[in-house]
Design a protein around this ligand. Structure first.
Ligand SMILES: C[S@@+](CC[C@H](N)C(=O)[O-])C[C@H]1O[C@@H](n2cnc3c(N)ncnc32)[C@H](O)[C@@H]1O
Length: 377
């Protein structure tokens, strides 16, 4: 536990932010700003490891400084889940897309758009403004700032906020209850999500019977896959696919084939069979040269003989029991976890000792590692 004084933390913040600011100026990049024309993401490229580290140091020290200045009592009482209500309202009612990008909207207009009483809409919007979504415009309206503008322009980000403040938030609120009820369970239908949804089912099974919710989840995942750290390009560049020549790759849980398309674009001799649950494949685009779609539940025997079985962003959804930085989101939604390299080695060993785990590497700028296990059976 760090024991810096508040003045030491303030000095760390001053030094690191000066470093970030100078870098932006020297490279003609915009300074961070929530003004409507401000940048929507950090302008520091992943290759600038030192500057990115200064930015993260400033963020971390700022949080520690805030908590120290609050003190233990006020720190605890400052934890208020009701803070999420206005974020949830903005996402659920799509308020950002109801405000013109270059204009403003009155509370009455937005109340009519979301079907809520005007006074309630006003309260929600005031709270949203305090929390950095929208800015005030005139006596009774709002206009965009950089945050609300991004929500308006990026529907998948709105879907992500809706999932995070909806299904994920309600699952989180029931996770400790699920732990108490199903002590040590690794079942996907004994989670905070199961209790919150009231379906008695796990998350994917719930979405199978409630496709509208499943569609929202799929859209929110698109937002993650579109973000630079999760770009499929890291997988394309992070493995020697060329050496596989005309190999057949089965992409398990490959959804609508976004990763398969990126692979085949770069390595046109590969053939990829994209497999996913029947309801997901039903929404997939038609098969094309070198990419075919197939409904297959990966808990049933694999019907395709292939050279490579690709599990991208799949196994973290399942507990060790089902798969062969501890992450509470994985716990609340799936009773599963994120795994470190030793966990992966142990997982393959448990699954079958004929797997030779080759280890993994994290491509620069990627938030997903590329792991390889060779089947020697
Ligand atoms: C987190 S997404 C990853 C999608 C894709 N692999 C990627 O990297 O973007 C998990 C995928 O696994 C699929 N999935 C979940 N359970 C499955 C099962 N039992 N069999 C096949 N696919 C499954 C989901 O429908 C979803 O498309």
């Amino acid at each position: 536990m760090a024991t810096e004084s508040i003045t030491e933390l303030a000095s760390i913040i001053a030094t690191s932010t000066a470093q970030v600011s100078a870098y932006l100026d020297q490279n003609g990049l915009p300074q961070p700003s929530f003004a409507v024309t401000g940048p929507s993401t950090s302008q520091i490229p992943p290759s600038e490891v030192e500057i990115e580290s200064a930015r993260l140091t400033a963020i971390d020290a700022t949080q520690r400084l805030r908590n120290l200045l609050l003190g233990p009592h006020d720190f605890l009482t400052s934890i208020t889940p009701s803070e999420w209500i206005s974020f949830q309202a903005v996402a659920r009612f799509g308020l950002a897309s109801c405000v013109p990008i270059d204009g403003s909207a009155s509370c009455a207009t937005l109340a009519a758009a979301c079907g809520l009483p005007e006074s309630t809409t006003r309260r929600l919007l005031r709270h949203a403004v305090v929390k950095n979504v929208f800015c005030e415009a005139g006596p009774d309206g709002v206009a965009h700032n950089a945050v609300s503008r991004l929500l308006a322009e990026k529907p998948t980000l709105n879907a992500w906020l809706r999932f995070n403040t909806g299904d994920s938030w309600s699952a989180a609120s029931q996770t400790v209850e699920a732990l108490a009820r199903w002590h040590g369970s690794e079942e996907p239908n004994e989670t905070g999500f199961t209790l919150a949804s009231g379906t008695g089912l796990g998350m994917y099974d719930t979405y199978a019977v409630q496709p509208e919710r499943g569609e929202r989840f799929a859209n929110s995942m698109k937002n993650l896959t579109e973000s630079p750290g999760f770009d499929a390009g890291h997988l394309v560049a992070g493995y020697d696919w060329a050496s596989l020549k005309s190999a057949v790759v089965v992409d398990l849980g490959g959804s609508h084939g976004a990763v398969a398309r990126r692979l085949v674009e770069s390595f046109p001799t590969l053939s990829v069979v994209v497999q996913d649950l029947a309801e997901v494949i039903a929404q997939a685009p038609p098969s094309q040269t070198h990419i075919s779609f197939m409904s297959h539940d990966f808990f049933t025997p694999q019907p395709v003989v292939a050279d490579v079985y690709l599990f991208r962003w799949i196994l973290h959804n399942w507990s060790d029991k089902y798969c062969a930085a501890a992450d509470l989101i994985m716990l609340q939604l799936f009773n599963s976890k994120e795994r470190d390299m030793e966990d992966w080695a142990a997982l393959f060993e448990t699954a079958d000792s004929r797997f030779r785990f080759q280890g993994g590497r994290l491509p620069t700028g990627s938030r997903l590692s590329v792991l390889e296990a060779v089947w020697e059976g």
